[in-house]
Design a protein around this ligand. Structure first.
Ligand code: AHR
Length: 658
């Protein structure tokens, strides 16, 4: 129904009462190339985006390394924690399960997962554990997937037994197929009574077998697929403020996130405590989704990786005193980390870090081209630290493009100081962040029209519309993002990357909103902002096309916005129009100076209109109106296309040239 309604509105030959806005598209020349990196994704482990989110592991605190060794676990019977001696040097703790003397009593552990352990009927889950038996010989453990709220006779929905038959640490696995779908399940590990004996266990893990691309240490398929569907050209990782940390030891260190997953040391997640009103005491980083998994995912979805590394500074919001930052003459380790990351990504397999990449399963290079140094840093303290990085990187890796920061906001003191400094240092791109009001997004579609074209390009690295009093996901915010993005597209000669932020949020564990994609243990819920990003990314074209109303770009005059690109791969013009008004807006596009003998094909239209509930958080693909306009006739190398854009609608038109 909805599809038909929108089709009728957006594609009706114009019969509206008001005067159409006439847009002239100059087809005589290709404008600036639109970079393949233009529309991308910004991943940060905020809102349980990694552990409990994209990373498919279902067990919380699997290595017992949280400050309280049993966070997430309920022990029963004779359970003890050893502080050291486990099989993994950097995760030294392990747990011993010993027999209860009375036959009716049990020993074991129960894990609550991330807001519950969810599992689906008929799907396969891989349980794994490192174990060794005690002195009295082999011992058996029983693993169960449990529905604690079950009204049936048994709460157990799947179970398996594992015989721990070695005295030394070994990995044991068992696959479980639940007979029932459960959202808020738990995992139980019992020490069996017979044969008697004790067992030591560590790194208790449960993954769906069906992960993204079937990787064992893999990503949740539904979330990864939603991200891949955008067809992003860029994947920024791992943040965000998480790069900085609150204190130097808890900054993000990429070297802790590679190599065997069991031996990656735990780190606190700064989003645990950032907002006291959204405090998340069990938020840590296992680094199961580390730099190898990141590079691999970027490659698999066709996105250029853009790592962000610590510049020797902790979060300046939390540490306003410049003296707490790493002294400028002590940055060698940090600079070496950057150089080593390039080796990990691109180096020969006979190098230290290239060899590690190969041993993890990817001998071919990942072809890293970009590196950001520092997240939202500001002031001379940032510049004086960035400078030695730039010098060292230019010398060691002149092929890598360096991204610098313009601070935490779209303008103001830090921004005005940093842009000239980035020019002076020769940064290739400058990262701009704007979480701004509805009015700002409405009024800033021309932001880049007169930007200084000399020097670094722009990376709109974090942005989202945060309407005052309505700072959550809804259609109105996304419509203004779409309007603003016409200005990114028109200025693709200078804006070469753009990533909405943040990307992911767990419905029960978020700290920050709005976010592009929401999820719980079972499902993924997409937002209108997601579809705006998807429409742009899938229709980015190859070159900007000149599109003018009365000789000027349409940047919000009368609440209307427009931009256009040509896609040389499909010989198609793609026009994007946003109407933020409550009234429909008639348009005429004159395609002028078409190639001799050019013929146009029928025009595909996709329109994104408002949700019936204005506060609805989610949006779905079946709400997009799709329709076709008959091929416009070409006369004297010119064609005219008339249509009406519905009230409060983002519409795009694909006009093929045959
Ligand atoms: O996207 C959330 C946070 O916003 C990022 O971590 C930070 O860079 C910005 O302040």
């Amino acid at each position: 129904m909805r599809k038909l309604a929108i089709a009728a509105i957006c594609c009706a030959i114009s019969a509206a009462a008001s005067v159409p806005t006439v847009l002239k598209l100059d087809a005589s020349k290709d404008g600036a190339p639109v970079q393949p990196t233009m529309y991308g994704l910004f991943f940060e482990d905020i809102n349980y985006a990694a552990d409990g989110g994209l990373y498919a592991e279902k067990i919380k605190n699997r290595s017992f390394e949280f400050p309280n060794a049993l966070t997430g676990w309920i022990p029963f019977g004779k359970v003890s924690v050893a502080e050291s001696g486990g099989p993994f040097e950097r995760n030294p703790r392990y747990v011993t399960l010993a027999q209860e003397p009375h036959n009716s009593k049990h020993t074991g552990l129960q894990n609550e997962g991330f807001f519950g352990v969810s599992f689906k009927k008929g799907e396969e889950y891989r349980f794994s554990v490192y174990g060794r038996h005690g002195q009295s010989g082999p011992a058996t453990i029983r693993v169960e997937l449990v529905d604690p709220a079950s009204k049936g006779e048994s709460m157990v929905v799947a179970s398996a037994k594992i015989n721990v038959d070695k005295a030394g640490w070994s990995k044991y696995t068992a696959n479980l197929v639940p007979g029932k779908s459960v959202s808020k399940g738990v995992l139980r590990v019992f020490l069996e009574k017979n044969p008697a004996g004790s067992v030591d266990i560590d790194h208790v893990s449960l993954f769906p077998v069906d992960t993204w691309n079937g990787h064992e240490n893999g990503l949740r398929k539904d979330i990864a697929t939603a991200l891949a569907d955008i067809k992003p050209g860029l994947l920024r990782f791992p943040g965000g403020c998480i790069v900085e940390g609150t204190e130097i030891p808890d900054r993000y260190q990429w070297k802790n996130t590679v190599g065997p997953v069991e031996n990656r040391p735990l780190n606190i997640n700064r989003w645990q405590f950032e907002f006291q009103h959204r405090f998340s005491p069990d938020y840590y980083q296992s680094y199961g989704l580390g730099f190898y998994e990141y590079f691999l995912f970027a490659e698999e979805i066709g996105a250029e990786p853009l790592p962000v590394l610590n510049v020797g500074m902790v979060c300046q919001y939390e540490n306003p005193d410049p003296k707490v930052q790493v002294p400028v003459d002590s940055l060698d380790e940090y600079i070496q980390d950057a150089i080593d990351l390039i080796e990990f990504a691109n180096g020969d397999t006979n190098t230290t870090w290239g060899g590690l990449r190969a041993s993890m399963g990817h001998p071919e290079p990942f072809n890293l081209k970009f590196l950001a140094i520092g997240n939202e840093q500001w002031g001379p303290e940032y510049v004086e630290r960035l400078e030695p990085f730039v010098k060292a990187l230019r010398k060691a890796h002149p092929e890598i493009k360096i991204v610098g920061s313009s601070g935490p906001s779209a303008d103001g003191k830090h921004f005005d100081y940093l842009w000239p400094e980035m020019r002076r240092l020769g940064a290739d791109l400058v990262d701009e962040h704007y979480y701004q009001s509805a009015e700002w997004f409405r009024d800033n579609a021309a932001r880049y029209d007169n930007y200084d074209r000399r020097g670094p390009k722009v990376f709109a690295g974090e942005y989202a519309c945060h309407p005052r009093g309505r700072k959550f996901n809804h259609f109105d915010a996304s419509l203004l993002e779409a309007a603003f993005m016409t200005g990114l597209e028109r200025n693709a000669d200078i804006v070469q990357m753009a990533t909405y932020a943040p990307l992911l949020a767990h419905e029960e564990g978020w700290q920050w909103r709005p976010d592009m994609v929401w999820f719980n243990g079972d499902t993924v819920n997409l937002t209108a902002s997601y579809f705006v990003q998807r429409m742009y990314a899938r229709n980015k074209g190859t070159n900007v096309a000149s599109l003018l109303a009365d000789g000027k770009p349409l940047t919000g005059q009368d609440g209307l916005y427009a931009s256009a690109v040509f896609d040389a791969d499909t010989d198609t013009y793609i026009v994007k129009i946003v109407n933020i008004n409550k009234e429909a807006a008639p348009f005429e596009i004159i395609l002028d100076k078409l190639p001799k003998k050019a013929v146009l094909g029928s025009v595909e239209c996709v329109a994104m209109g408002p949700t019936s509930d204005p506060d609805a958080n989610y949006y779905s693909a079946d709400m997009l109106g799709e329709s076709v306009i008959a091929a416009p006739a070409v006369e004297k190398r010119s064609a005219r296309l008339s249509f009406t854009v519905a009230p409060r609608t983002f519409a795009l038109y694909r006009i093929p040239v045959q």
